[in-house]
Write a protein that binds this ligand. Structure first.
Ligand code: HGY
Ligand code: MN
Ligand code: MN
Ligand code: MN
Length: 397
């Protein structure tokens, strides 16, 4: 089923690009809706395009256990990030139904609309909508690289102001299985990761302004080279990150130059910055380093600006649910490791909203956000067994 889903947005390099409200995203959500219907689930979309497949509880139907993950991907990402959590939920709920019939409490499988922030400068749109982190009018002022607003894209995909009939009751719990996207489980030869914390994340867009000029006739001493300034800023900041704290990670992953010509000194450069740590005070101290560099720039006759467009706090996940997962792993005879997630997840948004559990399965060589993302089938299966056990405890007992 993962290959089948990966075909929606499959790329020449064997990766997947499925951006929020794009055609491939719409096709994937519509195809999943058909799969859910074929499994006898009650399906519906909410206002922003989160897709729900419901197995009604026969004793406490109003008590809802939510499980799933996100359907969107990064550009040329892997077939497991997000999608595995949706497929695992579908399979776990199906198997439980076949073995034990309908649950006592309702189980909602959710294919969350967006988590990555790949198309728009906003992350967790799907889980953020469900938990009230976002509202519809925010979508009007957020644009993709082509100047299309999130609102236009949402309405173009058939969602938006027309509220679909869903009640906005808080779920009793949220359970997500996800590939680790890191190398801890492989290194420690463990089958299951039980996540205790998810790091806080801050994302910035940084703009450097110098002066375009001729690459051949402008002496080095007379240049206002925005690319050179960005390079100095990058080395300074990433070095400071290493010195500040061994668990702080900072990434400059996206750069655009103007006019982006080989024989023209770049007059402007815009780049991204992604900083993460499980302690917000370290992220605050890192932000001070950004300000420190900005004061130095003024002496160079150039300018720079830093706009923080995303900030999500670190989250500590539910201890009781972690203990339940550890019992489950022991019961199933699966090796497990408790760990901190360096990747952001929808569980981070739900973690501050309802009791939340995030389970990992190993990523080969820790690779993710890449066509080389891979998890062995029997590891995927172990994740499904864990999810079945936890959903049984939450919805059947
Ligand atoms: O970027 C992340 O950490 C996640 O994969 N969205
Ligand atoms: Mn991701
Ligand atoms: Mn993910
Ligand atoms: Mn994620």
């Amino acid at each position: 089923m993962l290959e089948w889903l990966a075909a929606f947005g499959g790329t020449a390099s064997g990766g997947v690009t499925r951006l929020l409200y794009s055609d491939t995203w719409i096709q994937a959500q519509q195809a999943l809706k058909k799969v859910m219907q074929a499994k006898g689930l009650d399906v519906r979309f909410d206002e922003v395009g989160n897709l729900f497949g419901r197995r009604i509880g026969v004793e406490e139907p109003e008590s809802v256990i939510l499980t799933g993950s996100h359907i969107d991907t990064v550009k040329d990402g892997g077939e497991f990030d997000g999608a595995y959590g949706i497929v695992a939920s579908l399979m776990a709920v199906q198997r439980l139904y076949e073995q034990y019939g309908p649950p006592k409490r309702t189980i909602d499988i959710v294919s969350l609309a967006e988590e990555e922030g790949s198309r728009f400068p906003l992350t967790f749109w799907g889980s953020g909508w469900i938990t009230g982190r976002y509202n519809l009018d925010q979508a009007e002022h957020i644009y993709d690289k082509d100047g299309i607003s999130l609102k236009e894209a949402m309405e173009g995909a058939g969602f938006g102001a027309k509220p679909m009939p869903i009640e906005r009751k808080k779920p009793k719990a949220f359970v997500e299985v996800h590939v680790e996207q890191g190398i801890v489980l492989e290194r420690k030869k463990k089958s299951i990761g039980i996540v205790s914390h998810i790091v806080g994340q801050r994302r910035y867009t940084v703009h450097f302004k110098g002066e375009s000029n001729h690459a051949g006739t402008t002496p080095m001493s007379m240049r206002k080279d925005a690319m050179r300034l960005m390079a100095e800023w990058t080395v300074f900041l990433l070095t400071e990150a290493e010195l500040l704290d061994e668990s702080l990670v900072a990434t400059v992953g996206k750069v655009t130059a103007k006019p982006n010509m080989p024989n023209v000194i770049a007059g402007e450069v815009e780049c991204s910055l992604d900083a993460r740590h499980y302690d917000s005070s370290v992220l605050d101290r890192f932000e001070k380093k950004i300000e420190e560099f900005e004061t130095h720039v003024k002496t160079r006759g150039m300018t720079m600006s830093t706009q923080r467009w995303m900030s999500i706090e670190p989250v500590k996940l539910d201890q009781a649910m972690m203990k339940s997962a550890a019992r489950q792993a022991k019961h199933l005879g699966l090796s497990y490791e408790t760990l901190i997630s360096g990747a952001g997840h929808d569980s981070q948004v739900f973690g501050g909203y309802c009791p939340t559990m995030l389970l990992f399965v190993p990523s080969r060589h820790g690779i993710s956000h890449s066509p080389d993302e891979w998890t062995e089938p029997d590891d995927l299966e172990k994740g499904i067994q864990m999810l079945m056990g936890e959903l049984y405890t939450l919805a059947y007992v």
